[in-house]
Design a protein around this ligand. Structure first.
Ligand code: NAD
Length: 285
């Protein structure tokens, strides 16, 4: 059966590296990185995510600049807050928790975040830098997947990689990061004709479709590395987009849900915040 990729352990190591990086920055006369989380409304899942981000940010020695706005706040008020955070030198990174309430234009809000403080890697500037293979802040979830693949010595150069999903948040940047490591990348999505057939090509299969159990054992090449990005909250706990038990019989390595990609996302947010602070303070990153 497949080797289990322990995202909890890797994420802890990344956070420890970040904490050491913060200490080094302070020892060299820099100031503590600051993360501004902006939460709008009362969505319980978003509240949990933001609370965890803030807690781990403080645990890594960074400053917490949290802002909570009411769910009926207007666009101009959020825009003004983002502008204020953008101008605040104590704020190294700005994270607008998504999804925002329906009446707000989240794309226009994200566009107000300066690229160098865009620790979620979601601005068009950072997406463009990634597309061109230039340095920039990368979206946290796909960056976390890349760290897992690296930590587990998964060969990417020349490998067949299939990404299921093409969202701006996960699928597209995931494909570009794999391409940057010289994988042969295929992107599958909701209009893909024969998903299982496409997935069976993969030496590395990353599934980010948001459909529980979408990928079964029939879609996995024996020995493949399977990364499950999906998160679904059921009565009996969290599940992914992959049929874990069946696929673990076929795959060479697999991420569990929970304990795989999930913990990596926050760890990479902290890493991005340290990188942002380091660059803003004129030090090499
Ligand atoms: P999304 O809904 O924006 O995108 C889903 C993508 O999957 C789309 O591009 C769509 O074309 C594709 N898709 C839908 N149905 C499909 C099908 N039947 N076959 C093939 N492709 C199909 O979602 P997202 O933001 O990319 O997130 C995907 C999943 O990852 C969700 O379950 C989300 O909760 C989870 N997620 C997890 C983390 C984490 O930290 N682990 C972070 C972000 C998202």
């Amino acid at each position: 059966t497949a080797r289990v990729i322990d995202g909890t352990a890797v994420a802890r190591r990344v956070r420890e590296d970040v904490a050491r990086g913060v200490e080094k920055l302070l020892a060299e006369g820099g100031t503590a990185p600051g993360l501004a989380t902006v939460l709008i409304g009362e969505d319980p899942a978003s509240e949990v995510y933001v609370r965890n981000k803030r807690r781990l940010c403080v645990a890594a020695g960074m400053a917490d600049h949290h802002r909570h706005l009411p769910g009926d706040v207007d666009q101009a008020t959020v825009a003004a807050l983002l502008d204020e955070l953008a101008a605040d030198p104590a704020v190294s990174g700005i994270l607008l928790q998504l999804p925002t309430p329906e009446h707000l234009d989240s794309e226009a809000l994200i566009a107000r975040i300066p690229a160098e403080k865009d620790v979620d890697g979601l601005t068009t500037a950072n997406a463009g830098l990634l597309a061109q293979g230039r340095p920039g802040l990368r979206p946290c979830t796909p960056a976390g997947v890349m760290t897992l693949l690296e930590e587990y010595d998964v060969a990417l150069s020349g490998a067949e990689a299939v990404v299921v999903g093409r969202s701006v948040l996960v699928g597209k940047p995931m494909a570009q990061l794999l391409l940057a490591q010289n994988a042969t990348v295929t992107i599958a999505h909701s209009r893909t004709r024969d998903l299982a057939e496409v997935c069976r090509r993969a030496d590395v299969l990353v599934v980010a479709a948001g459909i529980p159990g979408l990928v079964g054992a029939d879609a996995v090449k024996p020995g493949a590395t399977v990364i499950d990005v999906g998160i679904h909250r059921g009565e009996d706990g969290l599940h992914g987009d992959v049929e874990y038990d069946a696929v673990a019989e076929v795959a060479g390595a697999i991420t569990p849900v929970p304990g795989g990609v999930g913990p990596m996302t926050i760890a990479m947010l902290l890493a991005n915040t340290l990188t942002a602070a380091t660059v803003q303070q004129g030090r090499a990153s």
